[in-house]
Ligand binder design. Sequence first.
Ligand code: NAD
Length: 480
Amino acid sequence: MQNPCQASTGEELARVVSASPEELHTTLDKAREAYKAFRLVPAPRRGEVLRQIREEKADLGALVSLEMGKIRSEGAGEVQEIVDILDYGVGLSRMMNGRVVASERPGHSILEIPNPLGVVAVLSAFNFPVAVYGWNLALSFAAGNATIWKPSQTTPLCSIALTKIISEVLERNELPGVLAALVTGAKDVGSAIVESKSVDMVSFTGSEAVGRQVAKTVQSRFGKVLLELGGNNASIIMPDADLSLAVPAVFFGAVGTAGQRCTSTRRLYLHRTIAPEVLSRLETLYASVPPKIGDPLLENTLLGPLHNENAVQIYERALETHKAQHAEILTSSGRYTQLAEGNFVLPVIAVPKHADPGLAGSMWSTETFAPILSVAVFDELEQAIEWNNAVPQGLSSSLWTRDVRHIGQWLGPAGSDTGIVNVNVGTSGAEIGAAFGGNKSTGWGRESGGDAWKQYVRWSAATINFSDAAPLAQGVSFAP
Ligand code: NAD
């Protein structure tokens, strides 16, 4: 089936063929065959192939901007993230170490051994059309797996371009292209992958609603699943914060990428004493945006379009709910009508009537994937941390303060419960070195750096007896 593929500004760019069920199953069979040979290739040799992919230095940033809608510097930044994680994968290929564990039995040794896992499927979201795949591929490939990618149905061109670059390098190294296979298509293709017993691990990045279904299906067949789902991220600003750092960071977090990052700042908690000052500075920044709304490919654009008409409807519905719940809207809002074509909207600051995210039907507790920032005022840090933690999601959060006692509280056992917990750094964006991911309904998954690679391997605990006796553990005796 051919699907029209649109630029984020609405024009048709191409028609892309979806994988049929037969093509998908053939790909999965070939991936399994390729894995059987690839698992025997030494890991540093696999890393050398990643190094060659990294050397290609693809200029895909403009295509990311064209198809997804993020501005040029963010499109380029996304490609840089792939370069960074490929570097990481090269190093990792010489460092995927197991362990030798002390045995309680004389003449025995216990090894913990990481071996390749098999076929890893990556299902990715529209908002990071290449980087999320890069995070997964670098680790999965270094670990010795075949990786099959099902990108968002609305960003197929980015995935085709990246796969072409990778497949040329694989070919040069006499490796089958199916080690980094691509299947395009919509949710029918996605769910066929998720259901397939030929897939050992599904790494899913997307919404909480779809993630819930994916998790159930994979677990019902006892597969492995890694979930990177929605975020609903808060920044907390204390009275002693350096506002010259905090305000621009909140502005970028809430307005950058048109609020379409999983780490976008959606909630802002302001200490009562600095709230008027922060809001006044933010309102000035927001008022400067409209002349810079437009084509994401143009150098001066600060705010590109929402990804598609569906995203605009989500934005409009959220605004209506805010208004129905008597929120105060501090900025201009609605569609940006100066531009006739495309899905452009104005970024919004809203002050809901009730601050408690725990209240039923509260706008605080859902992720609205659009540039809408909700604000509330607090008196004590404990209150702000409670609000920060009161939502279902747990991806990113940031505290702005210069007081080391507040930092300790924020990072400690009674502090923020998100996977990314920043201090004097905004919620939005991350480097590849640390494990990336969130807790609670964000799915508990970790990708990229840290110990994330340990999920892409099959662990064996191997006890080896070097002695002439065969004692049982814990001193158990079983003599006839
Ligand atoms: P989505 O859930 O609609 O789609 C994600 C992927 O799942 C797509 O490839 C889609 O085709 C596929 N899919 C849809 N239905 C499916 C089904 N029933 N079975 C299997 N696959 C199916 O998400 P989206 O709108 O593309 O992306 C936005 C969401 O992704 C936001 O919630 C955002 O927070 C989240 N996200 C999270 C992270 C993270 O790392 N936590 C990163 C990026 C995006």
